[in-house]
Design a protein. Structure first.
Length: 115
């Protein structure tokens, strides 16, 4: 069964940190580009960060220097380490696994940054 399962979201104060995880079934991990996206209420889903099969990373300008994406191919797990969180980071965060022919999404995990 093909699936992506996110975890690690929650409520955090401004300036705090969280680490998101995305566990993937083996068939959609090692040979796929992986990414984190987010969607805030009333807004379109947007790219946060992606990591390619050879480890190249790309970040949205809004998270550069604060977020770090990584992948553990042995554990079929994608991570997003988030530091210095801001209220505007509040959103549902989704992981995505894709090739040029197909894309899979997780169900999302809520991140709320509030005092």
């Amino acid at each position: 069964q093909v699936q992506l399962v996110e975890s690690g979201g929650g409520l955090v104060q401004p300036g705090g940190s969280l680490r998101l995880s995305c566990a993937a079934s083996g068939s959609i991990f090692s040979g796929y580009t992986l990414g984190w996206y987010r969607q805030a209420p009333g807004k379109q889903r947007e790219l946060v960060a992606i990591i390619t099969t050879n480890g190249r990373t790309i970040y949205a300008d809004s998270v550069k220097g604060r977020f770090a994406i990584s992948r553990d191919n042995a554990k079929n797990t994608l991570y997003l380490q988030m530091y210095s969180l801001k209220p505007e980071d509040t959103a549902v965060y989704y992981c995505k696994s894709e090739t040029s022919n197909v894309a899979y999404w997780g169900q999302g995990t809520q991140v709320t940054v509030s005092s």
